[in-house]
Design a binder for this molecule. Structure first.
Ligand code: SF4
Ligand code: SF4
Length: 462
């Protein structure tokens, strides 16, 4: 049993009040999107599906709050405000009842790993979807580490809701067949004797150490021979919610900084940023910019009329004097960005691919592995905002995947229709042949009967 009670509890997690309207996005990074499955004017309960995945590897989209469907429309995306994304607009009704989509499983230890995997797939959380589709693992790495100065989401969640996070990790370990759980954290954590979770400490660092470095910090030399499943504390919490409570992952933990009520908020997906900022105390008088993200990795947002989406983690309001002009100059190929990248990417090569709009090169250079930590931007001597450019490339990749999947689905429907038409045609031809055969058999019988009648009565008229 893990004993986390002695730890400082950290900042409280506050629930953001329901906004008047939610703009729930149907697309999410790295996964095929969903199509709306509700009609304008329809009433939905919290937890009811409003978007259905177009592909088995995608996620369904539940209504985070109950209300009336007002529209399905394009809205700018928070992570790339220069692009729009399809959203379902819900006119929120605070009195609408919640409809948990699944039965709660307080007895989850009695459930099979297959049943747990299916529940994780249906949870609406992209990380859980990916974990549920993984092959079995030996170790579950419960990762509460964060880059230095990052919005403290994982650590605060672990301290505020330790039992839910730990239980969620146990559920995931059972689903994946993992026999060990290792908690990776920056803070010292004590265990009582009968613990079943090992703790590994990792000093906070900027940029965040890459995946392999974190595995080595957690497991030492054994890391190379183990099948390891990575799970952030937030995903473990979502797993607990889906399994123990039977609820979708329809809220995000967002750290808001630079406002009077700075801290961690639990926010319904689709909540407009303007509503969250207002709920957290509003803009200070000297506010001059809003970042989608933290101080180090945030992208400047053109306005706050954008919805919280599945990738949102933090918002930072900047105040005070403007910094010195940040004039961008051409890339000098110094390679500093590649040295800084925790995912061992070559950001300058990705930048070239984005400038050429070369989707194949973006895939070949593994843009999908970019976690948008912003380390490359912070070291670039040419002051190129690599993170923003790569985010734009990511959007193109998502759109490409979405379009290809839609095309695949259309092709499958076309082939199924052709097969159905062929089958109907064959059935019609077979029925026609049977009718013909029956008709010719009765004609033969009639001729035999006539011949017999003539033999028996030769004088009869023909
Ligand atoms: S750090 Fe900047 S200048 Fe250097 S290679 Fe990367 S993008 Fe180019
Ligand atoms: S933003 Fe992406 S490319 Fe840049 S350092 Fe971070 S992971 Fe690497």
């Amino acid at each position: 049993m893990t004993d986390l009670r002695h730890l400082p509890t950290g900042a409280e997690i506050r629930l953001c009040a329901a906004p008047q309207r939610l703009f729930v996005p149907l697309l999410r990074r790295g996964l095929p999107g969903a199509l709306p499955c509700v009609q304008v004017g329809e009433r939905v309960a919290a937890g009811e599906l409003i978007g259905r995945r177009v592909h088995a590897s995608g996620c369904d989209v539940p209504a985070p709050l109950g209300g009336r469907i007002e529209a399905v429309m394009e809205r700018p995306a928070l992570r790339a405000p220069w692009r729009s994304q399809p959203c379902v607009v819900v006119d929120c009704d605070p009195s609408a009842a919640e409809q948990p989509p699944f039965p709660a499983w307080p007895d989850w230890t009695q459930r099979t790993p297959q049943a747990l995997r299916q529940r994780l797939r249906d949870s609406g959380a992209a990380t859980l979807q990916r974990l549920a589709n993984m092959p079995p693992a030996d170790v579950l790495l419960l990762d509460a580490s964060e880059p230095l100065d990052a919005a403290p989401r994982q650590g605060t969640l672990l301290r505020q809701r330790p039992q839910q996070v730990i239980d969620g990790a146990r559920m995931l370990a059972r689903a994946l067949g993992a026999t060990r759980i290792v908690l990776l954290t920056h803070a010292p954590v004590a265990l009582v004797a009968d613990q079943d979770i090992a703790i590994a400490e990792l000093p906070a660092h900027w940029p965040r150490p890459g995946r392999r470095a974190r595995e080595t910090a957690a497991l030492g030399a054994a890391a190379s021979s183990q099948r390891i499943a990575h799970c952030p504390a937030t995903a473990a919490h979502d797993a607990w919610r889906a399994v123990a409570q039977g609820r979708h992952a329809s809220h995000r933990l967002i750290h808001v900084d630079g406002v009077p009520g700075a801290g961690l908020y639990e926010v319904a997906l689709g909540t407009p940023i303007s509503h969250l900022i207002e709920h957290a105390g509003g803009y200070p008088a000297d506010a001059r910019a809003l970042l989608g993200g933290g101080l180090r990795d945030g992208l400047p947002l053109p306005h706050d009329d954008l919805p919280i989406d599945h990738d949102s983690r933090a918002l930072t309001v900047l105040g005070g004097a403007l910094p010195a002009a940040n004039v961008e100059s051409p890339c000098i190929r110094c390679g500093d960005c590649a040295d800084a990248c925790p995912e061992a990417l070559r950001p300058w090569r990705l930048l070239e691919a984005v400038e050429r709009h070369d989707i194949e090169a973006l895939v070949a250079e593994a843009l999908d592995d970019c976690v948008h930590c912003g380390a490359c931007t912070s070291v670039c001597p040419s002051r190129i905002d690599l993170n923003a450019r790569l985010a734009q490339g990511h959007e193109w990749l998502d759109e490409e995947v979405h379009q290809r999947l839609l095309a695949d689905a259309a092709r499958e429907r076309h082939l199924a229709r052709q097969a159905r038409q062929l089958r109907v045609q064959e059935e019609q031809m077979a029925a026609q042949a049977v009718r013909k055969e029956a008709a010719s058999a009765s004609a033969v019988l009639a001729a035999i009967a006539r011949a017999k009648a003539r033999r028996e009565n030769p004088d009869a008229a023909p």
